[in-house]
Design a binder for this molecule. Sequence first.
Ligand SMILES: N[C@@H](CCC(=O)N[C@@H](CS)C(=O)NCC(=O)O)C(=O)O
Length: 203
Amino acid sequence: MALPILYSYRRCPYAMRARMAIWAANIQVEVREISLREKPAHLLQISPKGTVPVLQLPDGTVLEQSLDIMQWALSQSDPQGWLNADPEAVNALITINDGDFKKALDRYKYPDRYPEHTQQFYRAQGEQFLQQLEHALTQHTFLLGASASMADIAIFPFIRQFAAVDAEWFAGSDYAKLRVWLEGGLQSPLFEKVMQKFPTYTQ
Ligand SMILES: N[C@@H](CCC(=O)N[C@@H](CS)C(=O)NCC(=O)O)C(=O)O
């Protein structure tokens, strides 16, 4: 039987969150690792916007947003109960992550491309979200409760990137709970699985 096709890019945080949900749901897919510079014709044909992740189901349905892919995968099977958290609370956190925080992250990572402000300025902007997450994690082990939810999985790859911009700064920062939370994700067998390397699909 044909497998769903996942167009992915290993280091893309959106693709990471989609892969984590697919892997957690134990769904077999054909992973097509792409080069962002040379996108496969079939990807652009089924999803002209040209971002990854994109999932094509065997019936031809195309899911071209990472959150839709997560929802689809977890609605097939959700052994860890990631969909159990209040959807409004999940969406509220992910909206900030994918909006203001991602904007600050891009600027913090590439300050040369945004010379209006200093790198420290952009970091401070991103820290508003880190503070919110740190506060949540002082109340419970995961962002929305005692167990991980879709919010933790969807946000984790972006915090990973933010922390990696200046690992020394992050290690010495005030975000002790967030560091533990991040480290838990980084050390998880699931993360190791989704970061395995696939050959680049060039057709
Ligand atoms: N809203 C999209 C965003 C996906 C996205 O922006 N992916 C980046 C890679 S991290 C991409 O494919 N960019 C296209 C490019 O760089 O050409 C989603 O949630 O799936």
